[in-house]
Design a protein around this ligand. Structure first.
Ligand code: NAP
Length: 329
């Protein structure tokens, strides 16, 4: 049985708590937040003992009966909390983005390696759509990938929204672009070249960004991210013999469309059903099982969301921000 703790009590923390409560091989034993009411509500809902509803993140870090902590605090705190937990001897699954910049990502990786603790950036790559996508790619059904395109955007209307606040990890790249850029990285590897155009808001952050990357073999990726408009949040992969479309939300996909030659296939692959029954928690159980499997096999990282790759994705974000003149994070 692996004992989990959760840092934060927001929407993602609630989903993770529901998943952990449902799973027989995991146990949610502790949570932390500075808001007493939020702690009480989440703790009552998922049976976390009162004594282990911590009002400080340091107290959660010090709990020796927690094996792994899911960091679901704002992006501005991913680095601080991840390093706090790792150096206290806990393993960590950190929400995306993996820190605010490459330096923070590198420091998190270094802390995990120095402490000999598990670390992974949370990822949709464990969901059935992406498992099948990798199988389709490996089968050579669409040939060699030539072009990838994806966008991710949500129009933020309230100028006080944290997504526009540099102090709270705001910016189109950290909030939106990181997801399609991660998908491009999964499919094409680390970019050889990165070129970007963008619009900067009055707080100095990137509010609208278009990124072009080139990869070994000549493949290209085109990614748009925005806090000024709603974008489709879908993805298209074009190969020498066919194409694949992820027609729904790329962070929570349920369908894959594969076209090769004269064949057309639409695969429905829900992430929240198992044995004909619905599973709570937005598909997070796939990731928990992956983490448990890696630990059981003696690994301290993920092979489908490797730490070096999480770091290289943050490097791409830094490069884009520098090119478009956004304030460094
Ligand atoms: N993977 C995805 O698709 C995806 C999508 C959206 C967001 N995310 C990530 O998920 C994370 C959590 O998002 P969410 O919407 O569940 O959480 P949220 O509503 O932003 O809640 C954040 C939690 O962090 C805690 N926190 C600690 N320090 C804080 C501070 N200085 N300011 C505000 N809150 C602070 C809050 O509790 P206390 O203040 O009480 O301590 C709260 O419980 C974010 O980091 C975001 O990057 C991922």
């Amino acid at each position: 049985m692996i004992r989990w703790g959760i840092a934060g009590t927001g929407g993602f923390a609630s989903s993770v708590a529901a998943t952990l409560e449902w799973m027989s091989e995991a146990e949610l034993v502790a949570i932390a937040s500075s808001h007493h009411d939020e702690l009480r509500i989440l703790g009552d809902l998922h049976g976390v003992p009162s004594a282990r509803r911590y009002s400080s993140y340091e107290a959660l870090a010090a709990d020796d009966e927690v094996d792994l902590i899911y960091v679901a605090t704002p992006a501005s705190h991913h680095f601080e909390h991840t390093v706090l937990f790792l150096t206290a001897g806990r393993g960590v699954v950190c929400e995306t983005p993996f820190g605010l910049n490459e330096a923070q990502a590198a420091a998190m990786v270094a802390a995990a390696r120095a402490e000999g603790r598990f670390l992974m950036e949370t990822s949709a790559r464990n969901l059935p759509v992406y498992v099948r996508l990798r199988e389709v790619m490996a089968s050579d059904a669409i040939g060699e990938v030539v072009a990838f395109s994806s966008d991710y955007g949500y129009a933020v209307r309230d100028r006080d929204d944290p997504w526009l606040d540099p102090a709270r990890g705001g910016g189109a790249l950290l909030r939106q672009g990181v997801y399609p850029l991660s998908l491009a990285s999964m499919l094409l590897g680390t970019p050889e070249r990165v070129t970007a155009l963008g619009a900067i808001g009055d707080t100095g952050i990137d509010e609208h960004v278009a990124v072009l990357t080139s990869h070994s073999g000549g493949a290209t990726a085109a990614v748009t991210a925005s806090l000024r408009t709603h974008l489709t949040r879908t993805a298209r992969i074009s190969g020498t013999r066919g194409s694949i479309t992820v027609p729904g939300l790329i962070t929570a996909p349920t369908t894959l469309v594969v076209q090769g030659g004269d064949r057309y296939g639409r695969l429905d692959l829900p992430f929240d059903r198992e044995g004909g029954r619905s599973v709570p928690g937005a598909g997070f159980h796939h990731q928990v099982r992956h983490v448990h499997r890696r630990l059981r096999d003696g690994h301290l990282d993920s092979d489908i969301m490797p730490l070096d790759e999480s770091q290289s994705i943050m490097r791409t974000l830094d490069t884009v921000r520098a090119q478009i003149g956004a304030r460094p994070t």
